[in-house]
Design a protein around this ligand. Structure first.
Ligand code: FEO
Length: 172
């Protein structure tokens, strides 16, 4: 069994990860409608990764004898005035998720819950990668996105992303 507060925070993180998947699928919808299939594909893959993250939190709670409770997933309500804005939303969102993981980690540290800290280590690393990726997308778009040829090339590059279920995953 886990500390009550930590279990509740981990349970809430399932919802947050599923919302992330929802948000990224919504962004994929936007790009698909705009004819930018490579961008849409990149966010579809990202949504799959977020779903995987939700499953990892669920599995960790179950492995520790905790009850998992599902809450309603928030509706993605963002509107995108231009092709850059979803990328900025994605970067902001990843920084927010990092702050959530950091809060759980901090609580686990306070409670000397080394098992949860070990579980979260994978997410700390993953968040660093995801923030870097999201930041790179914003930077690349600012450099190349305003020119039709650059946008075409960027779209091609993003279309090549391959979904690979995480081979290692967090310590359970
Ligand atoms: Fe699961 Fe992008 O954080």
């Amino acid at each position: 069994m886990l500390n009550k507060t930590i279990a509740a925070m981990l349970n809430d993180q399932i919802n947050k990860e599923l919302y992330s998947a929802y948000l990224y699928l919504d962004i994929a919808n936007y790009y698909a409608e705009e004819g930018l299939d490579g961008f849409a594909h990149w966010y579809e893959v990202q949504a799959q990764e977020e779903r995987d993250h939700a499953f990892m939190f669920r599995r960790y709670l179950l492995n520790n004898g905790e009850t998992v409770t599902f809450d309603a997933i928030q509706k993605p309500d963002k509107t995108y005035p231009n092709h850059l804005s979803p990328l900025v939303t994605g970067f902001d969102h990843e920084q927010y998720v990092t702050s959530l993981i950091t809060e759980i980690y901090h609580k686990a540290f306070e409670q000397k819950d080394y098992r949860t800290m070990q579980f979260l280590d994978w997410f700390i690393k993953e968040q660093a990668e995801e923030e870097t990726n999201a930041d790179d997308m914003v930077k690349k778009f600012k450099l190349y996105g305003s020119d039709a040829k650059g946008l075409y090339a960027l779209n091609q590059e993003l279309a090549a992303r391959v979904y690979t279920p995480s081979a290692t995953g967090p310590a359970m």
